[in-house]
Design a protein around this ligand. Sequence first.
Ligand SMILES: NC(=O)c1ccc[n+]([C@@H]2O[C@H](COP(=O)([O-])OP(=O)(O)OC[C@H]3O[C@@H](n4cnc5c(N)ncnc54)[C@H](O)[C@@H]3O)[C@@H](O)[C@H]2O)c1
Length: 250
Amino acid sequence: MRLLGTAAVITGAGRGQGAATAALFAAEGASVVVGDIDLDAATRTAKTVADAGGTAIAVHADVSTANGAEALIEAASENFGRLDALVNNAGVALFKQIEDITEEEWDRVVDIDLKSVFLTCRAAIPLMRATGGGSVVNVASAAAMKPIRLQTAYAAAKAGVVQFTRALSLDVGGYGIRANCVCPGPIDTEMLHASLSELASPYDASRLPLGRIGKPAEVGAVSLFLCSPEASYMTGAVLTVDGGTSVGTR
Ligand SMILES: NC(=O)c1ccc[n+]([C@@H]2O[C@H](COP(=O)([O-])OP(=O)(O)OC[C@H]3O[C@@H](n4cnc5c(N)ncnc54)[C@H](O)[C@@H]3O)[C@@H](O)[C@H]2O)c1
C-alpha cells in the first residue's frame, strides 16, 4: 500500500473524478476526507470507500468559501491528526459566449475553480508542514492550454490554477511540500455530459489521438502517483491526462 498511514483531503469527491480518486487513495491505505458541497453525494462516496474496507469521512464544504475550505482541513486534523495529501478537484464548467456571461457567472466559475484552490492550500499548508510535509495536486484542465469555443471563464480560471501551482511549489518546497497540477481532457462524468450538450455540434472523441473519452479513475491514478513516494522529486509539474486532446486531432 503506497499511502498507508497517511491522510488525504479530496474536494468535490461526491461523484466523478473526485469519487474515483477517493476510492483509489483509500485502497492504497490513505484515510480520506471526502469533501463536497453536496453532502449526500459525499456520504455515498464515503460509504463506498468503507464498504471496500477503507477509511473515509464525508464533510459538507463549499470550497469557494474560506469557511468551507477550513472545515475540510480541520476534519483531517481532528479525525486523523495529520494531512499528507490535498487534491483540489472540485470544479464547475461554463460554456457560454463572452457577451452572454454575467458578472455573477464569471465570479462563480473563478471562485469555485480558482479561488477555492488558494483557500484550501492556505488552510492546509500549516497542518502539512506540522506533520512533516505533503503533496498538493490541483486539478486544472486541458482547457488551460488548449481551450475550445465558449470557455473564456473556465479556461482563464484553469490557466490560473496551473500558474498558481507552479508559484506555490516555490513557496512550500522548503517545508517538504510538493505541488503539482493535473490537466484532464474529456472524462466520462456528469460535468462532461452536461458540457457537451451545450455545444452546437456533436463532439467526436474518435478523432482524439487515443480515440476515446477518458475514465475518472485514469485521472485519479495520476493524482495518486503524484501523492505517492514515487513522485518524491516532482514539484511544479503540469501533467496532461487527456488522451492527447491538447496536442490535436487525427
Ligand atoms: N470531466 C471532464 O471532462 C473534465 C475535463 C477537464 C477538467 N475537469 C476538471 O476535473 C474536476 C472534476 O470534474 P468532474 O468531471 O468529476 O465533475 P463533476 O461535475 O462530475 O463533479 C464535480 C464535483 O464537485 C462538486 N462541487 C461543485 N462545486 C463545489 C463547491 N463549490 N465546493 C465543493 N464541491 C463542489 C460537485 O458537487 C461534484 O460532486 C473539475 O475541477 C473539472 O473542472 C473535468
